[in-house]
Design a protein around this ligand. Sequence first.
Ligand SMILES: NC(=O)c1ccc[n+]([C@@H]2O[C@H](COP(=O)([O-])OP(=O)(O)OC[C@H]3O[C@@H](n4cnc5c(N)ncnc54)[C@H](OP(=O)(O)O)[C@@H]3O)[C@@H](O)[C@H]2O)c1
Length: 305
Amino acid sequence: MISSIKEVDKSFSTSLSKDNECYEAVTAALDAGYRHIDTAELYQNEKEIGRALKEKMDAGMKREEVFVVSKLWNTRHHPDDVLPACQKSLDDLGLEYLDLYLMHHPFPWARGDNLLPINADGKAEHSDIHFMDTWKEMEKLVDAGLVKAIGVSNFNISQMEEVLTNGRIKPAVNQVESHPYVTCNRMLEFCTEKGVVMTAYCPLGAPGDLKDHGLAVLEDPELKKIAEKHGKTPAQVCLRWQVQRGVVVIPKSLRAARMVENSQIFDFELSAGDVETINNLNRDGRVYKWEWSKDHPQWPFNEKF
Ligand SMILES: NC(=O)c1ccc[n+]([C@@H]2O[C@H](COP(=O)([O-])OP(=O)(O)OC[C@H]3O[C@@H](n4cnc5c(N)ncnc54)[C@H](OP(=O)(O)O)[C@@H]3O)[C@@H](O)[C@H]2O)c1
């Protein structure tokens, strides 16, 4: 239920991390017992993940023991591009099926292999495809057996309603940014009522990118007090809080010791008071606002969730 992988760097440069970094991180995560791997075409690491998975499967791990998630990127929303994009992720990962395939965002970008069609004025080049037309193609991936389940990411409640009302297959998951500074309590309530799983990305508030976003979640004094009381770290408290309220968490770390730390969250329980304190830290403080698409009608963050 927890993933640990490398993500594209904050500046979205194509020179990602050092060779083998993701392969080594995923190998260490699998060794530490992680079985949920979250990736995406955007992260450009699917081949490295595939290599790590193959080695473990050659050594006896069964395909069904691991839960692999990938995402359809914004430049692949055109109905003709959905199947090839999914097939490319499968080929790179060396898998016959994905456990879950998510639409990365509700807003579509200009079609093509430039994954970041951003103008000099800092605006994304959009296309006019509606996410429901993309969703209908994703449903066909389930029919074809290429993916076990489909879901969405960065969708607000109105957009979720639209997919639930007009889709043939219910989204299994909405993956949204969530940590103590953006609790997404309304989204969680909505997902719980509709039987959709909420997954929290940036569950630690992406401390590695702190210089860019300034949200020092793990330094929060209230969070530190709760952590001290339980003999745990602020990171463990962030993860425990989510798991305790039924949210799936996908923290990332390249360090084996932190992977172990982040998995040691099942031997303590937060009190109702702790939970209330954490919920009250909410300030709609997002790391990822995708402001390149702020003027797109489907930019999800005009609605609070
Ligand atoms: N759907 C989307 O639009 C979307 C957007 C962003 C991310 N995601 C997914 O969510 C995953 C996690 O998000 P994220 O990486 O942005 O944020 P995150 O998991 O909140 O933070 C990762 C950072 O935390 C550090 N870290 C990990 N464990 C720690 C600990 N116990 N104590 C202190 N620092 C710790 C890591 O550094 P070290 O590596 O040095 O340990 C890394 O810099 C991504 O890998 C990706 O799969 C999805």
